[in-house]
Write a protein that binds this ligand. Structure first.
Ligand code: ADP
Ligand code: MN
Ligand code: MN
Ligand code: MN
Length: 346
């Protein structure tokens, strides 16, 4: 019996244009909850050196699948010393929006694509030149098709041991590129789980001497980019079809706002090629992987379900993406409902 456990505090830093994950360990007496803690914000782009203290407030705690037994992973949000959200804290606004629209019961399933790197080239790529063109790699099998499966398996096991709501994995279109899916869960929960799953990915890949990147277009040219397709439904959408179409249309009304917040360098990835729609336009369609928003064929068939926003980059902040989708769609649903009520009353 140990009289303490190791708590790995994980937080999102202030690096621009894309925030990074940081973590450090606190030894906590057994039986106690991980307490509020702090860190040097001047080393994470979160504070000036003269007033460097930032606060770590635990928001999601799970078992540590790497250290095992009673050790914990502690996702923390960053606060200022007056306990208000730090300017880099995007979770607080997500919590607020999720509360505001809780009656709609929004669910999110996020497909996180990523690329393994071995030094300066994607894992499995030749030292000089390129591998064979894309075509056989997606969901492939065999040493000539897939690279990094041992890491992917270890990451999947770690997520499941930690209780992360991982719903699957697959090899992607570009060799060395993979995907895992989180959810469906509420906006805040899906995002918390995704951030911890990202941390576990980097941490597990460390053990294999590989790195994982969420960069949206890791190889220029005729190679697929990496996205974070975000599947979304409300209670209404899960029971009938017409709200699924209305949700897609509502997203179209705020296209530019969403594109601005869907991850750095989105214009490199959303070119209109490689299973994307151009960032300059919005469209939606059934089964259409060249659309901004896809309505899956089963949803069109069963006349209920969810829609897939294919625009978010792999390097997006899920707190921002899920907040925007919730706000855009649920506010449109509420406007339509109050319009109908007014028409009925008038
Ligand atoms: P794709 O065919 O686009 O590759 P995936 O199988 O990778 O799709 O991912 C689909 C995601 O949609 C999963 O994460 C799943 O949890 C999620 N999902 C399924 N049903 C719903 C729903 N009703 N609302 C939100 N997300 C959902
Ligand atoms: Mn997928
Ligand atoms: Mn994919
Ligand atoms: Mn998808």
């Amino acid at each position: 019996m140990t009289s303490y456990y190791k708590a790995e505090y994980i937080w999102i830093d202030g690096t621009k244009p894309t925030a990074k994950l940081r973590s450090k360990t606190k030894i906590v007496p057994a039986g106690e909850q991980p307490p509020i803690w702090g860190f040097d914000g001047s080393s994470t782009n979160q504070a000036p050196g003269k007033a460097s203290d930032c606060v770590l407030k635990p928001v999601f705690v799970c078992g540590d699948p790497i250290r095992g037994e009673d050790n914990k992973l502690v996702l923390a949000e960053v606060l200022l010393t007056d306990m208000s959200p730090h300017p880099t804290n995007t979770r607080a606004a997500c919590v607020e929006t999720a509360r505001k629209y809780a009656a709609h019961e929004p669910w999110f399933g996020i497909e996180q694509e990523y690329t393994f790197f071995d030094g300066i080239k994607p894992l499995g790529w030749p030292d000089n030149g390129f591998p064979a063109p894309q075509g056989g790699y997606y969901c492939g099998v065999g040493a000539d098709e897939v690279f990094g499966r041992d890491i992917v398996e270890a990451h999947m096991d770690a997520c499941l041991r930690a209780g992360i709501a991982l719903s699957g994995i697959n090899a992607e279109v570009m060799p060395g590129q993979w995907e895992f899916q989180i959810g469906p869960l509420g906006a805040v929960e899906a995002s918390d789980h995704l951030w911890v799953a990202r941390w576990l990915l980097y941490r597990i890949a460390e053990e294999f001497g590989a790195s994982a990147t969420l960069y949206p277009k890791p190889v220029k040219g005729d190679w697929n980019g990496a996205g974070a397709h975000t599947n979304f439904s409300t209670k209404e959408m899960r029971s009938s079809y017409e709200p699924c179409v209305r949700a897609a249309e509502a997203l179209g009304q705020k296209h530019d706002l969403h594109i601005q917040h869907y991850g750095h360098a989105i214009e490199e990835r959303l070119t209109g090629l490689h299973e994307t729609a151009s960032y300059k336009e919005f469209n939606y369609g059934v089964s259409d992987r060249g659309a901004s928003v896809r309505i899956p064929w089963q949803v069109a068939l069963e006349k209920k379900g969810y829609i897939e926003d294919r625009r978010p980059n792999a390097n997006c902040d899920p707190y921002v993406v899920t907040r925007l989708i919730t706000d855009t769609v649920c506010s449109a649903f509420e406007r339509a409902r109050s319009g109908k009520a007014a028409a009925a009353a008038g």
